[in-house]
Design a protein around this ligand. Sequence first.
Ligand code: UDP
Ligand code: MN
Length: 324
Amino acid sequence: MKKVEAINFLYVLVLSTTVFLIFTYKELTETKSPGGRMRLLWNWRSVQESYHLAVYPCIESFRVRAHLPVIYVVTPTYPRPTQIPELVRLAQTLMTVPNLFWIVAEDAPILNPRVASYLDGTGICHAYLAAPMPESYRGELKTPRGVSNRRAGMDWIRKHVTEGVMYFADDDNTYHLDVFEEMRWTKKVSMWPVGLVTHLGVSSPVVIDGRVIGFYDGWIEGRKFPVDMAGFAVGIPFFLSKVDAEMPYRAGFEEDGFLRSLEISVDDVEPKADNCTKIYVWHTRTQKATPAPKIATNITHFTDSNLSALEKELFLETSESAFH
Ligand code: UDP
Ligand code: MN
């Protein structure tokens, strides 16, 4: 009799544990956001509350360095032949940065399964969102590139995060690891020089005696903060306190508009990188590549060759229309 009871008990235990795990997994992997459809590796807040769910290798790295503020890197990206190589280059930089969460936001109506599976394979804690640029801006002469997706990244942060630092990292720039340690302890807004911006070759705050007194940039154009997107970071508690802060859909004025919406003065800016004497990030640009034509795998000597598999790796001429 005792044996039967024990078996029944075990049976109920296994069943309820399975049901619990299925529901927890669903809860941790799916969330909806106003910024568009998205896929999450997990919900960060749930992770903080339940470290015992150490099923993802990146959770471990968060735990062991719990004393370090988390850097939330928001990367706008869009479908094109150079997208995966850009993301590979950036991921291999971010992989080595402790306590970093990567929000990759795609300027497309749907998520790209290849990007999703690449991101999963990096082991970097991440969220992957789809946030297409509104159609009304697409036809403009100068489109506000990367704005819809950065805004979706900010929406995500407002919903899921209370601490840490936010940084907008375009997918094509070059980042020295030190730039992340410079920004990690930002209170309000920190800034540093960015190389290869305009004909001057650099954009930087001008600093005297540890205080920002102005800006050196090749394109001032009435901007209060003539800086590059890669040249500043924002403390998340401060960002959350500015409920109306937003990035405008205005080409060339995205940084200035956003920084103004944070209601800061130049005196609030925290100069980093040895009082802005070092360059740790560059506004590099990748040469455009045209989409590849389909491979004619029906030609006799190509049949059953590697080429049909290889074609799946390519960004094809026809695939562009699927996104834009
Ligand atoms: N971007 C985007 N949609 C676009 C064009 C660009 O999301 O239609 C992203 C791009 O991946 C990059 C950022 O926005 O992370 C800035 O774009 P880009 O590098 O083309 O601008 P630039 O640096 O030349 O000003
Ligand atoms: Mn760029």
